[in-house]
Design a protein around this ligand. Structure first.
Ligand SMILES: [Zn+2]
Length: 349
């Protein structure tokens, strides 16, 4: 029914506590009383909670108590089974908290941020709480999405479009208000732009290719020193209508997305590049595709597609970039145990 935790007091002198491990076990205490075991230091070994100096106990109680309202009378938690269970759950949450810097280091490496020449400042753009308790993901960093993240209690916001691009810009006006929302709520902002378009597992383009069940995937479209698009074979012989139908299921997608039908009704080879990549159409000869999918259109695209017998589908900048950020959130959940929510804030663009 119950377990007992192993608490490790890391900094005895400062009376600060860090829980470093928690093991499920059967409760050995009699009369349904809970036993916490405490290690004053790794060398001292575990000691029963009740034998620890009162000051240390109070430090532990404060740490657990302040992190969880589930323990209203923390003084009693070692002796009251119900309060004890509440504290065990608080302790478990404490242990499950993920360090911000560990998550950021992991993502920076996995997304190969350093390999891209990108106007976006990829990685941690704003530092909030050092422990990540809940994540949120959105396509754009904006006052609306930051306020929503605060509302749902997230302190780690993952976006595709961050707030720092290219040249240095003053923190004033809406930028100031956005930063006030983030910093005022201890919310970290993490952005990944081109690297998240290109990534072969989590990226927007490989994910959209997966949605269309394309095969023989390869990276195409050089940009920022890397290949950021994805091209493959239309393995399922999907018609243009069937492709549009699948893309229309993306969050924020316009069911009547603009489609230029000047190529084969059933495409052979499809290139995908999310966002605003209409210029990628011009790569059809080098890359060998007959159908191109991106987010936003451009004026030149109509005649270019017509003159070269190409299909082009403009599935929406927002819609095509909802997939990569979700994959990051899912990865953080699986690897670090951080729950997340999607902040859907479609732009219609
Ligand atoms: Zn974009």
């Amino acid at each position: 029914m119950v377990g007992f935790g192993l608490l490790l007091l890391e900094n005895h002198a400062a009376h600060t506590v860090k829980l470093t491990s928690f093991e499920q076990n059967s409760c050995k205490a009699e009369n349904s009383k809970l036993a916490f075991e405490l290690a004053i230091s790794p060398a001292a070994g575990p000691q029963p909670y009740s034998n620890t100096p009162p000051l240390c106990r109070s430090a532990i109680i404060q740490k657990i108590g302040c992190l969880s309202l589930a323990c209203p009378q923390p003084d009693r938690f070692a002796f009251d089974p119900l309060l004890g269970l509440a504290c065990l759950s608080a302790a478990r949450r404490l242990i499950n908290m993920a360090k911000l810097n560990k998550i950021v280091d992991y993502l920076d490496q996995a997304l190969e941020h350093a390999a891209f020449s990108d106007a976006s400042l990829n990685g941690l753009q704003v530092e909030g709480a050092s422990e990540v308790t809940k994540a949120a993901y959105a396509v754009d960093a904006a006052i609306t999405t930051a306020e929503k993240a605060a509302e749902i209690g997230a302190n780690f916001l993952i976006v595709h479009h961050g707030i720092f691009w290219g040249k240095a810009e003053a923190v004033r006006g809406s930028r100031k208000r956005l930063l006030e929302v983030l910093l005022g709520n201890d919310i970290s902002l993490f952005a990944s732009h081109l690297p998240l378009d290109a990534h072969k597992t989590w990226g927007n383009n490989y994910s959209l290719a997966g949605l269309l069940e394309m095969s023989s995937l390869q990276s195409v479209l050089p940009y920022g020193g890397q290949l950021i698009g994805c091209m493959g074979v239309n393995e399922k012989a999907l018609s243009i209508d069937a492709i549009v139908e699948r893309l229309a299921a993306l969050p924020g997608a316009d069911k009547k997305m603009q489609t230029l039908r000047f190529g084969p009704e059933i495409p052979q080879r499809i290139a995908v590049c999310s966002g605003s990549a209409a210029d990628g159409l011009t790569r059809f000869q080098e890359d060998g595709f007959d159908t191109f999918i991106t987010g936003e259109s451009k004026q030149f695209a109509y005649h270019f597609a017509k003159d070269n017998n190409l299909n082009a589908i403009f599935a929406g900048h927002y819609a095509t970039e909802t997939v990569g950020v979700k994959n990051i959130a899912e990865e953080i959940k699986n690897k670090f145990g951080v729950d997340y929510e999607f902040i859907d804030c479609p732009t219609g663009i």
